[in-house]
Design a binder for this molecule. Structure first.
Ligand SMILES: [Cu+2]
Length: 264
């Protein structure tokens, strides 16, 4: 460790222009190299813990109780909308699959990433107005990520985004093929969208700081992948049946099965 007392001398010599940094004695260079290698290993370990050694939390959302009668949507107020459907259209509020699992449940990490920041995905999220319905009915998006709102119908839609912590917007989209984009600055579960022309149209966005979310579909299943080892609160949200949460701890490369049951 003889270089410590000599360090000041070399610092002085370097600042004075007597020597250049490349003329440092071998032990100083070796020590610097060791620090660089050690830092590199630390960064590598951190990245591995976020990618290779990451867990998956998956499961299903069950519905327990009497399945409500599906509510048929009456689109006669707008003949264009009515003309777009040959088959009856039903509200998507409590959508129970044949195996009694529940669709349109937003499952996400509610707690566990406080103080962490995540890259904004370059991919945009698309909210389509098609057949006078929103597609998707429930979705997730990260803060600052682009939301593209489309009108695929030959009729006027008025998309009314109703966040409470970000800026509300209310925009007429009269032309088929029209697009507009919006971003949310703050996380919020959930942001409601409605159409002021067609009162049956509803959509809900879970706006998060991170990408760890999933929405249940035809099999009522969800999957949250690439979750770093740690302890989290996982919440399941349903627009009519409320929320439920569970505490989980996942280790490196672990997989965890988690089920939720909502009662109707
Ligand atoms: Cu509309």
């Amino acid at each position: 460790m003889g270089f410590y007392p000599r360090r000041g001398r070399y610092d002085y010599a370097e600042k004075s222009g007597i020597i250049s940094r490349t003329n440092f004695p071998r032990e100083v260079v070796e020590m610097k190299n060791r620090v660089i290698i050690f830092t590199g290993i630390l960064i590598l370990n951190w990245n591995l813990s976020l990618s290779v050694f990451a867990a998956t939390v998956s499961g299903r959302v069950q519905f327990n109780g009497t399945v409500p009668e599906p509510q048929r949507v009456n689109m006669n107020a707008d003949p264009v909308c009515a003309g777009l459907h040959r088959e009856p259209v039903f509200l998507q509020e409590v959508a129970v699959n044949a195996d009694r699992t529940l669709r349109n449940v937003f499952v996400y990490v509610k707690e566990g990433f406080e103080g962490r920041t995540f890259e904004t995905p370059a991919a945009k999220v698309i909210l389509d107005q098609k057949g006078c319905q929103y597609e998707p009915h429930v979705f997730g998006i990260q803060i600052h990520q682009t939301l593209e709102i489309l009108n695929s119908d030959s009729t006027l839609h008025n998309v009314h985004g109703m966040p409470t912590v970000s800026k509300e917007f209310n925009l007429g989209m009269p032309i088929k093929g029209m697009k507009l984009t919006r971003k949310f600055d703050q996380p919020e579960v959930m942001v409601k969208f409605k159409c002021d022309v067609h009162p049956w149209m509803r959509s809900y966005a879970g706006v998060l700081t991170h990408p760890f979310f999933s929405v249940t579909g035809e099999e009522g299943s969800f999957e949250i992948m690439s979750l770093p080892a740690g302890s989290y609160v996982i919440e399941a949200w349903h627009e009519k049946l409320g929320t439920q949460s569970q505490n989980v701890t996942v280790d490196e490369a672990g997989s965890l099965n988690l089920d939720f049951t909502f009662s109707g």
